[in-house]
Design a protein around this ligand. Structure first.
Ligand code: AMP
Ligand code: GLY
Length: 421
């Protein structure tokens, strides 16, 4: 089989790595990919949003299966474009990717189908939103309706902050048209857990749980980032919580999408908060998480190509999805200064060690090759992942492996997976 993966981050490197384990696959392409991905797949210089060009490439190369890693092309309708040309593709169509693409849509869906989530209101004008804030309780949460690179959520501690936030999103349009409409939501507290799942339109199979560390600095201080590290499984995701979510959240979401005429095939990523009153959905994503994928896929025992195909064919009920009874930790190596100002173009050394050691992976996020040398090329550079028999061991292994890699301005958090007990 020939497979094409669309995207260029650490998530896509992990997806490509997992596909490369499949005995059924003889060739993998990745568009546009990155330097790490280029070691195991052929990278193709087509951007993820060049939908027709990507479909043209898939036709020309007779690609048997395309897997879309990123949210932007999914929300823009890449699956519809491929299907129209009779190409096999894994991911939700545009009318289903809206589950991630519009927060107002997903909140309304949860309300209509009684899926537990925070109380909220939707606003299309800054005046109405500002008027609502006058009598609202704080802290309060503002969310841009559309895609905003994971940055369109503002937690406001005071009414003044909330008013400034509304202006930022709706009047100054900090996230462009994503802020034409906003959701104002009740603030919740509790542990956060990421649960990824495969969905075939009717059936859903849950992967193992994971947890992300979003803040730039130790002890959850500093700015929000795309994710500084992850661990899997989450010890807080107990069998009782799993039962609750299976009963009130997972299948209900899939059924709700079907009932709305928006059959969902692909990945649903449930961002959950474990509150005092039980699990609540913080958000849905219509794709794998980054960097959750880097700890979830190394623990998955199935041939992932079989699972992708079962989702497309509506036969997921025949798949016995299995994860190893171990743990994984991913520590992101970033460029110092991320997520604000940082330098790029630093030479990375020590990567060859990962090819020699079992249970250790170095997934590339922001790197490039220059004359045979790997250079840093982004804020988040690498995701160093290690397995262990439990989280404690996986964490020790991951931090040991971070020392194998050297580059100027290397920065990481030192407490990934630490807030475990
Ligand atoms: P989202 O993109 O919706 O996952 O939001 C990003 C982050 O903001 C989440 O991971 C939470 O840490 C936080 N967040 C979102 N909604 C709420 C809420 N209603 N209460 C408290 N924190 C929230
Ligand atoms: N790690 C969070 C996300 O992928 O959205």
């Amino acid at each position: 089989m020939k497979v094409l993966v669309i995207g260029s981050g650490g998530r896509e490197h992990a997806i490509v790595w997992k596909i490369a384990q499949s005995k059924r696959v003889e060739k993998i392409y990745c568009a546009p990919g990155n330097a790490g991905i280029s070691q195991i797949a052929e990278c193709v210089p087509i951007a993820a949003m060049e939908l027709e060009k990507l479909a043209g490439f898939a036709e020309e190369k007779k690609i048997d299966l395309t897997v879309v890693g990123m949210d932007d092309p999914l929300c823009a309708g890449i699956v519809d474009v491929f299907e129209k040309r009779g190409l096999r593709v894994f991911g939700p169509r545009k009318n289903a990717a809206i589950l991630e693409g519009s927060k107002a849509f997903s909140k309304d869906l949860m309300k209509k189908y009684e899926i537990p989530t925070a109380a909220y209101e939707v606003f299309d004008s800054a005046e109405a939103a500002l008027a609502y804030i006058e009598n609202a309780k704080t802290p309060i949460v503002l969310k841009a309706d559309g895609l905003a690179l994971g940055k369109g959520v503002l937690i406001c501690n005071t009414r003044e902050e909330a008013k400034d936030g509304i202006k930022e999103l709706m009047t100054d349009k900090k996230f462009g048209s994503a802020g034409d409409r906003i959701v104002i939501e009740e603030f919740m507290t509790g542990r956060e857990v990421s649960v990824l799942s495969f969905v075939d339109g009717k059936n859903i199979k849950i992967m193992t749980s994971a947890q992300d560390h979003k803040r730039a600095k130790d002890n959850d201080e500093g700015l929000n980032t795309g994710g500084m590290g992850t661990f899997s499984p989450s010890p807080f995701y107990t069998p009782e919580i799993d039962d609750f979510c299976k009963k009130y959240i997972y299948q209900k979401t899939v059924d709700a999408m079907r009932a709305e005429g928006r059959e969902f095939k692909g990945i649903i990523f449930f961002g959950l908060m474990l509150t005092e009153n039980g699990p609540r959905v913080l958000e849905y994503n219509a794709r794998f998480g980054d960097p959750e994928t880097q700890v979830v896929l190394p623990r998955m025992e199935n041939d992932i190509v079989d699972v992708f195909e079962a989702c497309i064919d509506g036969t997921l009920d025949r798949i016995d999805l299995r994860f190893s009874d171990n743990a994984a930790v991913c520590v992101v190596l970033a460029s110092d200064g991320y997520p604000e100002h940082y330098e790029k173009g630093k030479e990375i050394k020590g990567l060859e060690r990962f090819d020699k050691e079992d249970g250790y992976f170095c997934f590339h996020a922001g790197t490039k090759l220059d004359g045979g040398k790997f250079l840093t090329n982004g804020g988040r550079v690498l995701g160093v992942t290690a397995l262990g028999k439990d989280l404690f061991e996986a964490r020790a292994n991951a931090y040991k492996a971070t020392e194998w890699v050297e580059f100027d301005n290397k920065y990481m958090r030192h407490d990934i997976g630490k807030a475990i007990g």
